[in-house]
Ligand binder design. Structure first.
Ligand SMILES: [Zn+2]
Length: 417
C-alpha cells in the first residue's frame, strides 16, 4: 500500500493512467473499512494520506457501486459529530473450506466475516482423493445452489489442508491433484474463482491473527494439535513459510531416541508421543493392559472406535487414566516448546486443535514443563493460552487468507475491483 507498490501496480498494467490510480485508492479505502469497521472521512485520510475531497469523491463512487454504505452521524469524541462510512457486508463473498484429516467444513462468508450460508460439516477421508473431490464438489455445488448469490460477487476460495504443502506452487504432500492439476487449479477450473491454499497450521495462524488472540501481536506461535502436530509461526507480524513454504513441521522433530515409527517414515518424532494419534494409541494400549477407564465403556469395549473427543470427554469427567495420558502429552509438548521459546522469544503461544479442548488439563503440564526447561527471563514474556476460536479457526482462517490476498497489491489473481 505504499508508493513503491503503487508505482509497480501502475507500471505493470501498462500506461500510468488516472483510472488505475483511482482503483488503487478505492482498494485502500475498502481495505481500511473492511479491517477497521465504520469510520469517518478524516480517519480514512489519516490512514491513506489522501486528501479529504478525494476521499469524499471516491466514497461516493463506492456508494454508487453498492460497496460502501453511508452510516449516518456517529458519536463525537470532541468537536463536530462525524459522518460514518462502512463496508456493505454483502458487497462480496468468500468461500472457506477446511479439509481436516477426517472432517471437512465449508461455508460462504460475507465482508463482515459472517456465514451467509449453512456451514456444511461432514466426514471425509483425504487419503482417498477421488472420493474426496467428488464429495467436496457435490457439497460445494449444493452450498452454492442453496445460497443462490450473485456469482459476480465472489472474491475467491480459501482452502485449509493438512500435511506438507507449498502454498506458492500449490504442491501438496497428500498429492491432492486431478490429471496433474494442483488443488488451486482444480478449483479455479471448476468454479472460475481464484483459489488459495495453505497448510492447516498456517491457516490457524492466519485465523488467530485476523480474529483471535494473535490480533495486533507480532510474535506468536500457534500450535495445532490434531491427528498430528503442526506449528504456525507469526514472526514480526508475518506468517512465516520458509524457503519452500514447508516451515512449521514441528511434529517431526526427533524427541525419542529409537522411538516409534512416525507417519513421515522417521522414528521418534514428537508426533509419535504428543498428538491426537498418539493419544488414541496410548489409550488403546493402556486399556488393553487392564487399565481402568471410562473410555472403555464409552466405546462399548471396541477400542478401535476410540476418538480424541472420547478421551477429552473422559478427561473432563475426571477419569484418572485419561488425565494421566493428557498430562504426559503436555510434558512432551512442553519440552519441545521450551526450545522454541529460547529460539523465538514469542509473546504468546496459542494452543489449538482438537486436543486443546482438554483446556487446563493440557495447558498446566505444558506450563510446568516450560517453567522447568526455559530460562525464566525469556519465559516470563511468553503467555500460554488455548484458542477461543476452537474448531472455527481454520474455516475463518481460510476466509482471512483470501482477504489478505485480495488486499495484497503484489497478487494479481485476486482483486476487489
Ligand atoms: Zn515424523
Amino acid at each position: 500500500m505504499n508508493n513503491i507498490l503503487l508505482e509497480k501496480h501502475v507500471n505493470t498494467n501498462g500506461s500510468s493512467n488516472i483510472e488505475l490510480k483511482k482503483i488503487f485508492q478505492k482498494n485502500q479505502i475498502i481495505e481500511y473499512l473492511y479491517r477497521i469497521g465504520p469510520t469517518s472521512n478524516p480517519e480514512i485520510a489519516r490512514y491513506t494520506k489522501m486528501s479529504s475531497p478525494t476521499i469524499t469523491k471516491l466514497l461516493q463512487e463506492l456508494i454508487d457501486l453498492d460497496i460502501v454504505m453511508d452510516m449516518g452521524i456517529g458519536e463525537s469524541i470532541g468537536g463536530r459529530k462525524p459522518n460514518l462510512f462502512g463496508i456493505n457486508p454483502n458487497a462480496r463473498y468468500v468461500i472457506g473450506i477446511d479439509i481436516d484429516c477426517r472432517m471437512v467444513k465449508l461455508g460462504i462468508f460475507n465482508l463482515a466475516n459472517d456465514a451467509v450460508s449453512e456451514i456444511i460439516t461432514y466426514f471425509g477421508n483425504v487419503k482417498n482423493k477421488n472420493e474426496m473431490f467428488i464429495e467436496l464438489f457435490s457439497q460445494l455445488d449444493k452450498l452454492l445452489a442453496t445460497a443462490n448469490l450473485d456469482p459476480e460477487k465472489f472474491l475467491g476460495i480459501g482452502v485449509s489442508i493438512p500435511g506438507l504443502i507449498n502454498s506458492k506452487t500449490g504442491q501438496t504432500y497428500l498429492d491432492l491433484r486431478i490429471d496433474n492439476q494442483t488443488l488451486p487449479e482444480v478449483f479455479q477450473e471448476k468454479y472460475h474463482l481464484p483459489t488459495v491454499i495453505d497448510s492447516d497450521s498456517r491457516v490457524m495462524a492466519i485465523g488467530e491473527q485476523a480474529f483471535g488472540f494473535a490480533k495486533n501481536k507480532k510474535d506468536v506461535l500457534c500450535l495445532n494439535i490434531c491427528d498430528g502436530v503442526g506449528l504456525g509461526m507469526i514472526l514480526n507480524g508475518i506468517v512465516y513459510r520458509g524457503k519452500s513454504g514447508l516451515a512449521g513441521e514441528f511434529g517431526h522433530i526427533n524427541v525419542v531416541k529409537d522411538g516409534n515409527l512416525c507417519t513421515c517414515g522417521k522414528y521418534g518424532c514428537l508426533e509419535t508421543v504428543a498428538s491426537g494419534g498418539a493419544l488414541i494409541e496410548q489409550a488403546q494400549q493402556g486399556i488393553k493392559k487392564g487399565q481402568e477407564s471410562i473410555i472403555k465403556e464409552m466405546v462399548k469395549g471396541n477400542l478401535d472406535d476410540i476418538h480424541v473427543a472420547d478421551i477429552i470427554e473422559a478427561v473432563n469427567t475426571g477419569d484418572v487414566f485419561a488425565i494421566e495420558i493428557i498430562n504426559k502429552l503436555g510434558h512432551f509438548l512442553g519440552e519441545a516448546l521450551a526450545s522454541l521459546v529460547h529460539i523465538f522469544n514469542p509473546e504468546m503461544i496459542i494452543v489449538g486443535g482438537k486436543v486443546a479442548l482438554a483446556g487446563d488439563y493440557l495447558i498446566n503440564p505444558i506450563h510446568n514443563t516450560l517453567n522447568k526447561y526455559t530460562i525464566s527471563h525469556i519465559k516470563k514474556d511468553t503467555e500460554l493460552v488455548t484458542s477461543f476460536l476452537q474448531d472455527k479457526v481454520k474455516l475463518l482462517g481460510s476466509v482471512a487468507m483470501v482477504m489478505n490476498q485480495v488486499f495484497d497489491e503484489s497478487v494479481e489473481e485476486m482483486k476487489f475491483l
